[in-house]
Design a binder for this molecule. Sequence first.
Ligand SMILES: Cc1cc2nc3c(=O)[nH]c(=O)nc-3n(C[C@H](O)[C@H](O)[C@H](O)COP(=O)(O)OP(=O)(O)OC[C@H]3O[C@@H](n4cnc5c(N)ncnc54)[C@H](O)[C@@H]3O)c2cc1C
Length: 610
Amino acid sequence: MGIKTVYEDCDVLVVGGGMGGTGAAYEARYWGRDMKVVIAEKANIDRSGAVAQGLYAINCYMGTQWGENNPEDHVRYARNDLMGMVREDLAFDMARHVDSAVHKFEEWGLPFMKSTETGRYLREGKWQIMIHGESYKPIVANAARKSADKIYNRIMVTHLLMDESRDNRVGGAVGFNCRTGDFHVFRAKAVIVAAGGASHIFKPRSVGEGMGRTWYAPWSSGSAYALAIQAGAKMTQMENRIVLCRFKDGYGPVGAYFLHLKTYTQNAYGNEYESTWYDDTKSMVGEYIDHHPTPTCLRNHAFIQEVKAGRGPIHMVTTEAFQDPHLEEVGWENFLGMTVSQAVVWASQDIDPKYINPELTTSEPYVMGSHATCSGAWCSGPEDLSPEEYFWGYNRMMTVDGLFGAGDAVGGTAHAFSSGSFTEGRLAAKAAVKYVKDLMGETINVTDKQIEDLKETIFQPLDNYTIGRNEIVGGTVSPSYLLPIQGLQRLEKVMDEYVGGISVNYMTNDKLLERGIELLDTMEEDFEHIGAEDLHQLMRAWELKHRLLSSQSVAQHTLFREETRWPGYYYRGDHMKLDDENWHCLTLSRRDPETGDWAMEKAPVYHIVD
Ligand SMILES: Cc1cc2nc3c(=O)[nH]c(=O)nc-3n(C[C@H](O)[C@H](O)[C@H](O)COP(=O)(O)OP(=O)(O)OC[C@H]3O[C@@H](n4cnc5c(N)ncnc54)[C@H](O)[C@@H]3O)c2cc1C
């Protein structure tokens, strides 16, 4: 085929150098001084992942040194927000270590805002601390660069390799360089997947010329889930997608506005509306609506109902707070360090929030394991905390031996955010190093056949295009191939209409899901005919295939959970109530890598913290 193959043998391979991946590389070096640690990253770790543009707040910091919060408080908080459903062992484990990761960030030069009264980190809310965070990602990347033996930027990892000398054990990963087209083979004893969450699986609100604008990073292509699913790892809570209330069109975040600026929402007629929906919500979820703070999905529910009732749009009342010049500055800076496009949208639409209350909207759904939801791989917890069903030897190891996860990749740990993802990377790496040491020099066996077969599969879209292009003289519609963008729009439409996206007000049911799953399965066949014009489109082709697998998983999980656990994130029209009697549990899936069949099961939710 004329494609160059580059081999790299290492002990620990980190797939994705975002927050989880940089934390993993840093910690792997600490525990594995004599080990070879390698990162393979799709972009460039200096500006990759969901924190690429910077952040204005670190959303997960306990402040235990000052007696502000304890890890158990955070578990209670995350559990409440997720309507009871988190892996409390993983959540506690992350929370008890997160402060030390944040202290490292400060040591490495990240500027923190401090309270002039107490000298402590300036709080935005109970869990959030404020930073001048434009340089957040380059700073953690620097720590990873000093720790890893080698960093391969621009490598799209497409598949994991499996060890052929033992069942169910990982043997590394393969991918290609998006710039040179070289085929990369990483043979590794342990692999830590930290490849981020999934945007663009549901049709976004911004389509056409605005299509690249989504809330979660548009390059988060569900690789973390697809790589694990392809390898036969169990997934959990994939139905638990998130819908966010954000400033309209720019998806600007609202956290600093609610928490620090104390702005509030109202309907188009200037009225408070959440109380209007109290009885309605109570009839669906019972006493959960009386919890404090109100779970995010339930606040979304009131928003969605109010708009459906014809009293939208919902506005954020900024005109009061913005009279204070300091708060006005914070309001704008919040975007400039994190979501510049929101400031640009307001400027272009003549919205000065000092005089006009800007519109809010609810986003399309996203899937992730680190933000306020907890989809991802089913991982072992730490040995000192986890009950039997949650523990199989190594912290953050998936159900495939030697395969670990961090950040969005790991299911069950909601509200980890940037700092918690970095911390999870550290925890996974510590365990991965121990795993490699415990192998006592045992080698892994990956045959040339496995590698050659994958090589052919990976580059197939380039051939599809080259051959199929001859059948047309102009335009983009070919009888023989689908372009990645065409495939993406088909995927988003099916997920939107059948699996509970924006155009159906997040509503679905068993019949819609069954049909949606059929359509997704057909798409799997069709996507064998994706045509890639160049290496960039080859990356898009593989992102699409990863998005499809993630979507299939979301649809299967959504069908399995026969209740509406999170109104405001999605609704099962055939089961409109929360059902604690039958569904106070976690959902698990496994896709058989040989047959492609999905098996679903329930797993207990253990409340480790009272
Ligand atoms: C708009 C927005 C606002 C946020 N606000 C906050 C906030 O205020 N405070 C806070 O603490 N957190 C915030 N977060 C959350 C935080 O960014 C995430 O929790 C965190 O980045 C998740 O870490 P991760 O390592 O799982 O994923 P990421 O940091 O996204 O890293 C994933 C990495 O994997 C790479 N990758 C993907 N696919 C592949 C592949 N196939 N092969 C190789 N590499 C691949 C990506 O390029 C990326 O570098 C926000 C996120 C977003 C998007």
